[in-house]
Design a protein around this ligand. Structure first.
Ligand SMILES: [Zn+2]
Ligand SMILES: [Zn+2]
Length: 284
Protein backbone atom coordinates (compact mmCIF):
# COMPACT_ATOMS: atom_id res chain seq x y z
CA UNK A 1 0.00 0.00 0.00
CA UNK A 2 1.46 3.32 -1.01
CA UNK A 3 0.98 6.65 0.57
CA UNK A 4 0.04 9.60 -1.53
CA UNK A 5 2.41 12.30 -0.61
CA UNK A 6 2.07 15.00 -3.22
CA UNK A 7 -0.64 17.34 -4.48
CA UNK A 8 0.55 19.00 -7.67
CA UNK A 9 -2.31 21.44 -8.35
CA UNK A 10 -3.45 23.90 -5.67
CA UNK A 11 -4.78 27.46 -5.98
CA UNK A 12 -4.33 30.28 -3.50
CA UNK A 13 -5.89 33.33 -1.84
CA UNK A 14 -4.94 35.25 -5.01
CA UNK A 15 -7.51 33.43 -7.16
CA UNK A 16 -10.50 35.68 -7.91
CA UNK A 17 -12.94 32.76 -8.17
CA UNK A 18 -11.49 30.90 -5.22
CA UNK A 19 -11.77 31.46 -1.49
CA UNK A 20 -9.76 33.75 0.74
CA UNK A 21 -8.26 30.76 2.58
CA UNK A 22 -4.67 31.67 3.39
CA UNK A 23 -1.53 29.82 2.33
CA UNK A 24 -1.25 28.76 5.99
CA UNK A 25 -4.67 27.12 5.87
CA UNK A 26 -3.85 25.22 2.67
CA UNK A 27 -0.59 24.02 4.16
CA UNK A 28 -2.19 23.07 7.48
CA UNK A 29 -4.60 20.84 5.59
CA UNK A 30 -1.76 19.29 3.56
CA UNK A 31 0.12 18.48 6.76
CA UNK A 32 -3.01 17.16 8.41
CA UNK A 33 -3.54 14.54 5.69
CA UNK A 34 0.14 13.65 5.54
CA UNK A 35 1.34 15.20 2.28
CA UNK A 36 5.00 16.03 2.06
CA UNK A 37 5.02 17.97 -1.20
CA UNK A 38 2.58 20.47 -2.67
CA UNK A 39 2.56 22.84 -5.63
CA UNK A 40 0.72 26.14 -5.64
CA UNK A 41 -0.26 26.73 -9.26
CA UNK A 42 -2.20 29.98 -9.38
CA UNK A 43 -3.70 31.08 -12.69
CA UNK A 44 -1.28 33.15 -14.72
CA UNK A 45 -2.88 36.49 -15.66
CA UNK A 46 -4.67 36.62 -19.00
CA UNK A 47 -4.05 39.30 -21.64
CA UNK A 48 -6.26 42.37 -21.43
CA UNK A 49 -8.72 42.58 -24.28
CA UNK A 50 -8.70 38.97 -25.46
CA UNK A 51 -12.10 38.35 -23.88
CA UNK A 52 -14.77 40.28 -22.01
CA UNK A 53 -13.17 42.12 -19.03
CA UNK A 54 -15.60 40.67 -16.54
CA UNK A 55 -14.83 37.07 -17.53
CA UNK A 56 -11.10 37.73 -17.65
CA UNK A 57 -11.08 39.27 -14.17
CA UNK A 58 -13.03 36.31 -12.83
CA UNK A 59 -10.72 33.75 -14.40
CA UNK A 60 -7.32 34.96 -13.28
CA UNK A 61 -5.60 37.41 -10.95
CA UNK A 62 -4.49 40.70 -12.48
CA UNK A 63 -0.91 41.12 -13.61
CA UNK A 64 -0.22 43.50 -10.74
CA UNK A 65 -0.73 40.75 -8.16
CA UNK A 66 1.79 38.25 -9.53
CA UNK A 67 4.66 39.79 -7.65
CA UNK A 68 2.73 39.72 -4.36
CA UNK A 69 1.75 36.08 -4.95
CA UNK A 70 5.34 35.01 -5.55
CA UNK A 71 6.70 37.08 -2.68
CA UNK A 72 4.26 35.74 -0.13
CA UNK A 73 4.85 32.22 -1.39
CA UNK A 74 8.61 32.61 -1.02
CA UNK A 75 8.18 33.61 2.63
CA UNK A 76 5.74 30.77 3.27
CA UNK A 77 8.10 28.26 1.64
CA UNK A 78 10.89 29.30 3.89
CA UNK A 79 8.73 29.27 6.99
CA UNK A 80 7.60 25.67 6.39
CA UNK A 81 10.77 24.32 4.83
CA UNK A 82 11.46 21.81 7.61
CA UNK A 83 7.96 20.36 7.43
CA UNK A 84 6.84 20.24 3.81
CA UNK A 85 8.24 20.82 0.34
CA UNK A 86 6.37 23.66 -1.33
CA UNK A 87 6.70 24.45 -5.03
CA UNK A 88 5.71 27.78 -6.49
CA UNK A 89 4.16 27.83 -9.92
CA UNK A 90 1.33 28.78 -12.23
CA UNK A 91 -1.53 27.21 -14.04
CA UNK A 92 -0.73 28.70 -17.43
CA UNK A 93 -3.47 29.08 -20.02
CA UNK A 94 -2.59 28.05 -23.52
CA UNK A 95 -4.14 30.81 -25.61
CA UNK A 96 -3.84 30.22 -29.30
CA UNK A 97 -2.58 33.46 -30.82
CA UNK A 98 -1.15 34.86 -27.56
CA UNK A 99 1.97 32.73 -27.45
CA UNK A 100 4.20 35.82 -27.33
CA UNK A 101 2.36 37.27 -24.36
CA UNK A 102 2.49 33.97 -22.47
CA UNK A 103 6.15 33.42 -23.25
CA UNK A 104 7.03 36.88 -22.03
CA UNK A 105 5.28 36.35 -18.67
CA UNK A 106 6.92 32.94 -18.31
CA UNK A 107 10.34 34.37 -19.08
CA UNK A 108 9.80 37.10 -16.50
CA UNK A 109 8.40 34.99 -13.65
CA UNK A 110 9.56 31.49 -14.56
CA UNK A 111 12.89 31.77 -12.73
CA UNK A 112 10.93 32.05 -9.46
CA UNK A 113 8.83 28.91 -10.08
CA UNK A 114 9.52 25.21 -9.68
CA UNK A 115 6.39 23.43 -10.89
CA UNK A 116 3.70 24.65 -13.29
CA UNK A 117 0.80 23.35 -15.34
CA UNK A 118 -0.33 24.15 -18.88
CA UNK A 119 -4.12 24.11 -19.25
CA UNK A 120 -6.74 24.80 -21.86
CA UNK A 121 -9.82 26.69 -20.70
CA UNK A 122 -10.36 28.73 -23.87
CA UNK A 123 -10.92 27.72 -27.47
CA UNK A 124 -10.32 30.10 -30.32
CA UNK A 125 -13.15 29.92 -32.84
CA UNK A 126 -13.39 32.34 -35.77
CA UNK A 127 -11.04 34.79 -34.09
CA UNK A 128 -12.94 34.83 -30.81
CA UNK A 129 -12.22 33.06 -27.55
CA UNK A 130 -14.75 30.93 -25.73
CA UNK A 131 -14.42 29.63 -22.20
CA UNK A 132 -14.94 25.90 -22.15
CA UNK A 133 -15.70 25.28 -18.50
CA UNK A 134 -17.57 28.35 -17.26
CA UNK A 135 -21.25 27.48 -17.65
CA UNK A 136 -23.40 24.96 -19.57
CA UNK A 137 -24.85 27.91 -21.51
CA UNK A 138 -21.41 28.94 -22.76
CA UNK A 139 -20.60 25.36 -23.63
CA UNK A 140 -23.84 25.17 -25.61
CA UNK A 141 -22.77 28.27 -27.50
CA UNK A 142 -19.60 26.46 -28.51
CA UNK A 143 -21.57 23.40 -29.58
CA UNK A 144 -23.81 25.51 -31.79
CA UNK A 145 -20.94 27.49 -33.19
CA UNK A 146 -18.91 24.40 -34.10
CA UNK A 147 -21.84 22.25 -35.19
CA UNK A 148 -21.90 19.53 -32.53
CA UNK A 149 -20.44 18.15 -29.32
CA UNK A 150 -17.97 16.00 -31.26
CA UNK A 151 -16.65 19.13 -32.95
CA UNK A 152 -16.06 20.75 -29.56
CA UNK A 153 -14.03 17.70 -28.48
CA UNK A 154 -12.08 17.88 -31.76
CA UNK A 155 -11.34 21.56 -31.25
CA UNK A 156 -10.32 20.97 -27.65
CA UNK A 157 -7.88 18.15 -28.47
CA UNK A 158 -6.50 19.93 -31.53
CA UNK A 159 -5.80 22.90 -29.28
CA UNK A 160 -4.17 20.57 -26.77
CA UNK A 161 -1.92 19.14 -29.48
CA UNK A 162 -0.83 22.67 -30.40
CA UNK A 163 -0.23 23.50 -26.76
CA UNK A 164 2.13 20.55 -26.43
CA UNK A 165 4.07 21.46 -29.57
CA UNK A 166 4.20 25.21 -29.11
CA UNK A 167 7.34 27.06 -28.06
CA UNK A 168 6.71 29.02 -24.87
CA UNK A 169 10.34 29.31 -23.91
CA UNK A 170 12.43 27.52 -21.34
CA UNK A 171 9.88 27.96 -18.55
CA UNK A 172 7.03 26.31 -20.40
CA UNK A 173 5.17 23.98 -18.00
CA UNK A 174 5.80 20.28 -18.54
CA UNK A 175 2.45 19.04 -17.26
CA UNK A 176 -0.91 19.27 -19.06
CA UNK A 177 -3.78 20.33 -16.79
CA UNK A 178 -7.01 18.33 -16.38
CA UNK A 179 -6.73 16.80 -19.88
CA UNK A 180 -10.41 15.84 -20.28
CA UNK A 181 -11.87 19.14 -19.07
CA UNK A 182 -14.03 19.13 -22.21
CA UNK A 183 -16.18 16.61 -20.29
CA UNK A 184 -17.04 19.03 -17.48
CA UNK A 185 -20.71 19.19 -18.55
CA UNK A 186 -20.75 15.62 -19.77
CA UNK A 187 -24.11 14.67 -18.24
CA UNK A 188 -25.81 17.53 -20.12
CA UNK A 189 -23.85 16.92 -23.34
CA UNK A 190 -23.20 13.16 -23.23
CA UNK A 191 -20.66 12.00 -25.77
CA UNK A 192 -18.08 9.24 -26.13
CA UNK A 193 -15.15 10.54 -28.11
CA UNK A 194 -13.64 7.98 -30.48
CA UNK A 195 -11.00 9.88 -32.43
CA UNK A 196 -8.11 7.73 -31.26
CA UNK A 197 -5.90 8.95 -34.09
CA UNK A 198 -5.85 12.46 -32.64
CA UNK A 199 -5.51 11.23 -29.06
CA UNK A 200 -2.61 8.95 -29.99
CA UNK A 201 -0.87 11.86 -31.65
CA UNK A 202 -1.22 13.70 -28.34
CA UNK A 203 0.24 10.72 -26.47
CA UNK A 204 3.21 10.51 -28.84
CA UNK A 205 3.94 14.21 -28.45
CA UNK A 206 3.67 13.99 -24.66
CA UNK A 207 5.95 10.99 -24.65
CA UNK A 208 8.52 12.57 -26.96
CA UNK A 209 8.88 15.52 -24.57
CA UNK A 210 8.56 13.57 -21.32
CA UNK A 211 5.58 15.73 -20.42
CA UNK A 212 3.26 14.76 -17.59
CA UNK A 213 -0.48 14.83 -17.08
CA UNK A 214 -2.31 16.48 -14.21
CA UNK A 215 -4.38 13.62 -12.76
CA UNK A 216 -7.04 15.92 -11.48
CA UNK A 217 -9.79 15.05 -9.00
CA UNK A 218 -11.79 18.30 -9.39
CA UNK A 219 -14.13 16.73 -11.97
CA UNK A 220 -15.47 14.46 -9.24
CA UNK A 221 -16.75 17.58 -7.47
CA UNK A 222 -18.39 19.09 -10.57
CA UNK A 223 -22.12 18.29 -10.58
CA UNK A 224 -22.36 17.59 -14.34
CA UNK A 225 -19.08 15.66 -14.58
CA UNK A 226 -18.39 13.44 -11.57
CA UNK A 227 -15.39 11.78 -13.10
CA UNK A 228 -11.65 12.18 -13.00
CA UNK A 229 -9.66 14.16 -15.51
CA UNK A 230 -8.56 12.15 -17.42
CA UNK A 231 -11.15 9.41 -17.72
CA UNK A 232 -12.30 6.99 -20.40
CA UNK A 233 -10.39 6.57 -23.62
CA UNK A 234 -7.90 9.35 -22.84
CA UNK A 235 -7.05 7.72 -19.53
CA UNK A 236 -6.67 4.28 -21.12
CA UNK A 237 -4.33 5.62 -23.78
CA UNK A 238 -2.27 7.58 -21.26
CA UNK A 239 -1.83 4.38 -19.31
CA UNK A 240 -0.87 2.41 -22.41
CA UNK A 241 1.66 5.06 -23.43
CA UNK A 242 2.92 5.21 -19.84
CA UNK A 243 2.50 8.94 -19.55
CA UNK A 244 3.46 10.06 -16.09
CA UNK A 245 0.49 11.33 -14.08
CA UNK A 246 0.72 13.63 -11.10
CA UNK A 247 -2.23 13.86 -8.75
CA UNK A 248 -3.78 17.29 -8.40
CA UNK A 249 -6.78 18.34 -6.36
CA UNK A 250 -7.21 21.70 -8.12
CA UNK A 251 -8.19 22.95 -4.66
CA UNK A 252 -9.59 26.47 -4.49
CA UNK A 253 -10.25 26.01 -0.77
CA UNK A 254 -8.03 24.57 1.97
CA UNK A 255 -10.45 21.72 2.66
CA UNK A 256 -10.04 20.42 -0.90
CA UNK A 257 -6.27 19.84 -0.69
CA UNK A 258 -5.69 16.16 -1.49
CA UNK A 259 -9.41 15.72 -1.99
CA UNK A 260 -10.47 12.24 -3.25
CA UNK A 261 -6.88 11.00 -3.51
CA UNK A 262 -7.38 8.07 -1.14
CA UNK A 263 -10.63 7.05 -2.79
CA UNK A 264 -8.95 6.96 -6.18
CA UNK A 265 -6.16 4.78 -4.89
CA UNK A 266 -8.67 2.27 -3.58
CA UNK A 267 -10.62 2.26 -6.84
CA UNK A 268 -7.71 0.71 -8.72
CA UNK A 269 -6.04 3.68 -10.33
CA UNK A 270 -3.00 3.01 -8.16
CA UNK A 271 -1.11 1.32 -10.97
CA UNK A 272 -0.84 4.67 -12.66
CA UNK A 273 0.20 6.40 -9.53
CA UNK A 274 3.05 3.96 -9.08
CA UNK A 275 5.02 5.88 -11.63
CA UNK A 276 3.54 9.22 -10.79
CA UNK A 277 3.99 9.71 -7.10
CA UNK A 278 6.90 9.55 -4.82
CA UNK A 279 6.67 6.78 -2.32
CA UNK A 280 8.72 7.07 0.85
CA UNK A 281 11.32 4.27 0.84
CA UNK A 282 10.39 2.89 4.23
CA UNK A 283 6.75 2.55 3.26
CA UNK A 284 7.22 0.48 0.10
ZN1 LIG B 1 -9.34 28.40 -10.77
ZN1 LIG C 1 -7.82 24.71 -14.65
Amino acid sequence: MQNIVRDGHIHSPYCPHGTSDSFGQYIARALEIGLNEISFTEHLPLPVGFIDDEIREFCSPSASTIAAYLEELEQVKQYYQQRIKINAGFEVDYLEGFEGFTKELLNRYGPRTQDSILSIHFLKVKNQYYCLDATPAMFRELVELLGGVEQVYDAYYQTMLKSIRVDLGRYKPRRIGHPTLVRIFNSIFPFEYKNTALLEQIMLELKARSYEIDFNTAGLRKPYCQELYPSGIFFDLAKRYQIKMVLGSDAHTAQDVGRSFAAELLSGHDKVYDRAIKIPEEKV
